[in-house]
Design a protein. Structure first.
Length: 570
């Protein structure tokens, strides 16, 4: 809505925003010299409103712009994002446009803070929430988003190549089936002999299909498959479909989940898979750039840029395309690629214990054997899992530092990124005894040695914790795996290195009930799936006197086959 000060009358522009804005703002500015506006700030970033930004920056002068943020501009219950600003006729004045950044301030305090800032502005006092910028500089970043708060040095990063530039990579939307119910299945629902997976050279009827999914970096979310019989002939029967061209199908690249409260996450797209429109992918012109590209996209540097380019929770294809792409020197590239490959291998290994993933092999209860029973077995697995996931987080800390160095961020710009994105938890201080125990662990390192991160671990700063601090942290272990509180989230919330968590968690013997229940239920589901597959007609009775052995008896036999006892079954 436009607030026309001379008429005191709002003008609704939802039907044709650009045309109405052009017409009415031009009339008002020509007639009165200024126009004040209030509306949602999405026009500041997204591709849809590029023409609108072009009009403003080319034809008008931004006198003052207040980036208010979500909630409470006119009413404490108004649940909308808002921005208010004043446009003037284009002048030859060299004074910078004034931007006031309030969107990171808690909404309950925003009005008071704004009054203080405005008073500072009028009286010429410095305030770190007031930014003055030549609006011509807003044109440096492609599509001209109103990113006003970054330094000139940081803005210079956008002058070179971007990921979406010709010769670098293509950011591609995937297949649209037009009929998911008919064409998509979970991988365990189809005949394994008709499923292409893990390097199959022959394209079979069903092909593993990535469709976004949960926040997950490096590898995974492979639980769907698509009917691709005869190069997609079944898909072509849909009224509204889209297929990939030959140069984009079955290519190794990077796929991602765009919608998540945690942000966007990137992982390897294998060359034996296809991808959906909701699992858009980055296909590098040179496959040798894929690992480095994944490191860049998963880094805090790129996460910060993506958030700058789009203030919504869903990262758009256009946002990925505009991320600056700078090739590193060979020494940097080698270290980064080693870390990425290690993370991919570890995450791939962990999916062998997840019965929803196509690489699934066995439940942790079938692989690990505790001396005292199931509780001990689960604790052994969690210690193994946490050790490996800690390696992933340590590699991520190395990647973040290397990317900062590749892009030669100033200390001030690095601090700006970390203030928004947070420190890498893998780089936080460690307990000396935790580090020693982590380095001496043999179960996880037999398959995944610490060679590439050994120097990094040994160089970590040290810390101490008293008995009460350890006790307080230990009491929180019960909450692990509840409400998305996985190892990484736990470390972020408590600002603690995952090496310390691995060590103290193992030492405590605490068994998080939520995770234990999940592992037990997945084990049971896998047994039932195995029983159904072995049954002649795939129908297993639940009650007696049906002429067949009932499900509960078959499950008990399966327990014994897996080496578990009747007591554990009970």
């Amino acid at each position: 809505t436009f607030i026309e000060a001379n008429y005191k009358k709002p003008l609704n522009c939802t039907t044709n925003l650009y045309a109405t804005f052009t017409k009415r703002c031009t009339e008002l500015i020509n007639g009165f010299g200024k126009v004040a506006l209030v509306h949602p700030p999405t026009f500041m970033y997204i591709k849809t409103f590029e023409d609108l930004r072009t009009l403003i920056l080319n034809d008008f002068y931004i006198d003052i712009f207040i980036d208010w943020g979500y909630l409470g501009m006119f009413n404490t219950k108004a649940r909308v994002d808002s921005a208010m600003y004043v446009l003037e006729k284009k002048t030859i004045e060299t004074r910078g446009s004034c931007f006031i950044k309030l969107n990171d301030i808690y909404e309950g305090k925003r009005k008071v803070v704004f009054d203080e800032i405005y008073d500072d502005l009028i009286n010429g006092r410095n305030n770190n929430l007031i930014y003055s910028i030549d609006q011509e500089k807003l044109k440096i970043i492609k599509s001209w988003p109103f990113i006003y708060w970054i330094s000139d040095a940081f803005r210079e990063k956008f002058k070179g190549n971007s990921i979406g530039d010709k010769g670098i990579a293509q950011v591609v939307s995937g297949i649209k089936t037009g009929d998911n119910d008919r064409l998509l299945r979970y991988w365990w629902e189809v005949d394994p002999d008709k499923l292409s997976a893990d390097g199959d050279l022959q394209i079979k009827q069903w092909v593993i299909y990535t469709k976004g999914g949960d926040f997950n970096r490096w590898w995974g979310n492979y639980w769907l498959c698509v009917n691709y019989l005869n190069e997609g002939q079944e898909i072509k029967k849909s009224a509204n479909y889209n297929l990939l061209s030959d140069d984009k199908a079955f290519r190794r690249g990077i796929t991602y989940s765009a919608t998540s409260s945690k942000g966007v996450s990137f992982r390897l797209l294998e060359d034996w898979t296809l991808f959906d429109m909701k699992g858009s992918s980055v296909l590098f012109d040179s496959d040798s750039d894929t690992e480095y590209g994944m490191a860049l996209l998963n880094s805090k540097f790129s996460s910060y840029i993506a958030a700058c380019l789009n203030g919504t929770v869903e990262t758009q294809v256009g946002d990925i395309k505009r991320i600056p792409f700078l090739k590193p020197h060979n020494s940097f590239k080698s270290a980064i690629e080693t870390a990425v490959k290690k993370n991919i291998s570890i995450k791939k290994k962990m999916t062998t214990f997840l019965n929803t993933e196509v690489m699934y092999v066995k439940s942790p209860l079938s692989v690990f054997r505790g001396i005292t029973g199931i509780r001990d077995t689960i604790n052994l697995f969690l210690s193994y899992e946490n050790h490996l996931l800690t390696q992933v987080l340590l590699n991520e800390a190395i990647i973040n530092e290397k990317i900062f160095e590749v892009y030669e961020l100033t200390p001030e710009d690095k601090a700006m990124v970390l203030a928004k994105e947070g420190e890498s938890i893998g780089g936080l201080p460690v307990l000396p005894e935790a580090r020693a125990a982590y380095l001496s662990e043999t179960e996880a390192t037999a398959e995944f040695p610490l060679d590439n991160i050994l120097d990094f671990i040994e160089s970590l700063p040290t810390m101490t914790m008293n008995g009460q601090e350890i006790a307080d942290l230990t009491t929180k272990f019960e909450t692990l795996y509840q409400s998305n509180n996985d190892l990484e989230e736990f470390c972020i919330r408590n600002q603690i290195n995952p090496i310390n968590v691995w060590y103290l968690f193992k030492k405590s013997g605490v068994l998080p009930q939520q995770r234990a229940k999940t592992i037990a239920m997945e084990f049971l589901a896998d047994l039932i799936r195995e029983i159904l597959n072995e049954d002649d007609d795939g129908i297993v009775p639940l009650v007696r006197n049906t002429g067949e052995e009932i499900l509960i008896d078959r499950i008990e036999k399966k327990f014994e086959e897996k080496g578990l006892t009747s007591a554990q079954f009970a």
